[in-house]
Each structure stands twice: as structure tokens, then as C-alpha cells.
Design a protein around this ligand. Structure first.
Ligand SMILES: Nc1nc2c(c(=O)[nH]1)N[C@H]1C(S)=C(S)[C@@H](COP(=O)(O)O)O[C@H]1N2
Ligand SMILES: [Mo]
Length: 384
């Protein structure tokens, strides 16, 4: 990035326009063919039993662009969906800091602007029968969080940063204690200080939509959706781990792990995204079929596709090395498939050689909660 910044300084907006055109032309083309027709998967989702929580799921067959338009972007709200009056809104920075702050939206927008293209996936996605569209890719803009925390001056005792949001709801614990609490998630101070984290106020070039966190949300590239707290109201530094519902009870993965032959049940809080891919859609021109999909969650080396119980075949992956946190599109031609029902499965392999696990892999099969469901996705299709 530094050399881009220098070029921008020297050449101004012409260089910016050139970079934008370069991105649009080469890097992020979507594998479509003119005249192709989309074949619907036969395994469509059953009705969503929680329509207020999960809205606007991605319809995979409709995926025809690298960036998900705002009106096609999913949203999750565990409590209410607050409508915030920006003139009355301020973001507090407090807790264990030397200089507490209260920032208006104008204050935040006046600070250094930073953008990132990041694919957000809900960690429950593909873990529940009615949920496979909890994913979208957007260009997010905001200001880096770390300099704000530095300015506030985190005290030596501060180890945890809590992101409090404006939405609130009733919480009932296993011990039957019931209370009201705002949505909140936390990160260790070191994780929060990652220079990639931004306080985001823009999505795909327009004001952050209400459902996606207006006026300001955290965007933490590389983390599962839940870490990206929307409708922020207070950022608070504390001297203890924070263990609310969304850190310590929901969004907790339970797995049986093998430690030298001993089975150990482990519960962990959902955090960073995991290597994953999925077939998006099948298209055809006559009898020339093509499978198109996406891969994300880790630096992608390659993607392989399996039809029915056949061998793994290598897909063509968009080779762009930019946009580290965005999904990569892949495609595989499937000439003249036999008529009848087929299954299509994909698996991503990352740059460290990790393979997206099969559903039968102990990592997935011995997971007893639906979070972090990064097992291979199989879709069904009827060829006529
Ligand atoms: N304040 C607040 N932030 C939140 C949530 C929420 O319920 N309230 N849901 C989280 C979850 S679980 C996900 S997957 C992402 C989804 O982001 P999106 O709604 O912009 O798609 O938002 C996260 N941020
Ligand atoms: Mo989520």
C-alpha cells in the first residue's frame, strides 16, 4: 500500500481513478458467460423461523458480482434494530483510559479514512438447516480504531476492549437470572489494536445502512460476523476478560478434541474466520454447464470440486492477490453432465496447505454446536 499512497499524492485523483479502473477491469471480474442460464439448486432452504434475526440472506443462485450490493446484503440482529439519530449520537471511549472521549460522527469522519474489502460471514452460516446465506462481501470505509485508543491512553491495567452497541434485549441465564443488556462483544487489547480494524461509517460507497449498523460499526477484517459490532455507542477498556452472552454463552463452540487418545471437550468463543468455500451456482449454455463458487476465511491457494462421488477436480480461482480479506470467486466447467440428480461439493485449500474439512472430519463431526460450520458444503442439482 505505501507505494499506492505515494502515487496518489503525486498524481492525485487521476491515479485514484486509474487504480479503481484497474480493480474493476482485471482483478474482480466475475465468471459469467453471455447467454448462460442459471439452474436452481434442488435443496432450497426451508422457511426461516427467525425472520427478525436473520434478514435478506444471500440467494446463492443470484450471485453475479464480487461485491454484494447493499440491498442484497444479509443482516443479523439479536435484539431490536435501533434507528439512531445521528445529530444526538456520540461514541464514547472510556473505561481504563487516561482521557475519555466522546466522538461525533463528524469527528470520526474528519479522521484518517481507511477502506477494506472484507467478506463478512455469520459463524452460524450453514450450521442450521434454514441458514446458508449469512455472507456478503462489501467495501467498508471508516477510520482506524488503534489511533483513537492510543489518543485516549489505555492504562497499564487495561487488557480487554468491549464494544457496546445501542440495541438491547432481555437475557435469561441458565441460573434463571433475567436482565436487560445491550449487545456487546469484546476483544483482547492486542486484537483491538490491530491496524486493520476500522470504525466504519460507509458501505460500498454509501452511508452505512441502518440494518448494517448506522451510524458506526466495528469492521474487524478476518473475524467472524459477530465480532463486527454494529450501532456502536461505547468502547470501554477493562482489566478483566468480558464474558457476556455473545462472548461466553452464545457464539461458543463445543468440540470433542483428541489429546493423546483422551477425549477432551473444549468450549471456545467464536473469533477469527475459518477457511471455507461453497458452490454458488450452476449455469449452462445448452449442454455446457459451469459451476461457480466462492472461497474465503483464509488466504486461498486453490479450490477443488467434486461431483457426486467422483474425484476432486481443480477449479480456476481468481488469481488476484489484493483484497486479502475478501472472498475469491472460482469456476469449473462441467461439460455435458448426465441427466438426473447430482451433488456438487467444494473444498478450499489455504496457502499453509490446510484443507477445508469434510463434514465427516472429526473437526466438524465432533463439533456439538452449529457455530463455525466451515465443513464442506454440498449442493444438489437436477440436470434435465
Ligand atoms: N449491535 C449488534 N451488532 C451485531 C449484531 C447484533 O445483533 N447487534 N450481530 C452480529 C452478527 S451475529 C453478525 S453475523 C454480523 C452481521 O453483520 P450484518 O448484519 O451487517 O450483515 O453483525 C454482528 N454485529
Ligand atoms: Mo452472526
Amino acid at each position: 500500500m505505501p507505494h499506492l499512497q505515494r502515487r496518489e499524492l503525486i498524481q492525485g485523483s487521476a491515479a485514484l481513478a486509474a487504480i479503481a479502473a484497474f480493480h474493476a477491469s482485471r482483478a474482480y471480474s466475475f465468471p459469467t458467460r453471455s447467454g448462460e442460464e442459471v439452474v436452481k439448486w434442488t435443496d432450497q432452504l426451508p422457511p426461516n423461523p427467525v425472520p427478525e434475526v436473520i434478514k435478506n440472506q444471500l440467494v446463492w443462485e443470484d450471485l453475479d458480482s464480487w461485491v454484494t450490493p447493499n440491498d442484497k446484503f444479509f443482516s443479523i440482529a439479536h435484539f431490536n434494530r435501533p434507528v439512531i439519530d445521528e445529530s444526538a449520537w456520540k461514541l464514547e471511549i472510556g473505561g481504563l483510559v487516561k482521557k475519555p472521549m466522546a466522538l461525533t460522527l463528524a469527528d470520526i469522519k474528519a479522521r484518517l479514512r481507511q477502506e477494506v474489502t472484507f467478506t463478512v460471514e455469520c459463524s452460524g452460516n450453514t450450521g442450521l438447516p434454514f441458514f446458508n446465506g449469512g455472507i456478503g462481501n462489501a467495501r467498508w470505509a471508516g477510520t482506524p480504531l488503534a489511533p483513537i485508543l492510543k489518543e485516549a491512553g489505555v492504562l497499564d491495567s487495561g487488557i480487554e476492549v468491549v464494544f457496546w452497541a445501542a440495541d438491547e434485549g432481555e437475557i435469561k441465564r441458565a441460573d434463571d437470572v433475567t436482565f436487560k443488556q445491550n449487545f456487546a462483544r469484546s476483544m483482547s487489547l492486542a486484537d483491538a489494536m490491530d491496524p486493520k480494524n476500522i470504525l466504519c461509517y460507509e458501505m460500498n460507497g454509501t452511508t452505512l445502512p441502518p440494518d448494517n449498523g448506522f451510524p458506526v460499526r466495528l469492521i474487524a477484517p478476518g473475524w467472524y460476523g459477530v465480532a463486527n459490532a454494529k450501532w456502536l455507542k461505547r468502547i470501554e477498556v477493562r482489566d478483566q476478560r468480558f464474558e457476556n452472552r455473545f462472548m461466553g454463552r452464545d457464539y461458543v463452540t463445543l468440540r470433542e478434541e483428541d489429546h493423546n487418545g483422551e477425549t477432551v471437550w473444549v468450549e471456545t468463543s467464536v473469533g477469527r474466520a475459518r477457511l471455507k468455500s461453497a458452490p454458488a451456482r450452476v449455469t449452462h449454455i445448452g449442454s455446457d454447464y459451469r459451476i461457480v463458487g466462492a472461497a474465503w476465511g483464509a488466504p486461498i491457494d486453490r479450490v477443488e470440486v467434486k461431483i457426486d462421488d467422483g474425484p476432486w477436480m481443480q477449479a480456476t480461482v481468481d488469481g488476484t492477490e489484493e483484497a486479502e480479506f475478501a472472498w475469491k470467486m472460482w469456476s469449473l466447467d462441467w461439460p455435458k453432465p448426465s441427466t438426473g440428480e447430482h451433488t456438487v461439493t467444494s473444498r478450499a485449500i489455504d496457502k499453509s496447505g490446510n484443507i477445508q474439512p469434510a463434514m465427516s472430519d472429526p473437526w466438524i463431526a465432533k463439533k456439538h454446536t452449529y457455530w463455525e460450520s466451515n465443513g464442506q458444503v454440498t449442493r444438489r442439482i437436477q440436470v434435465s
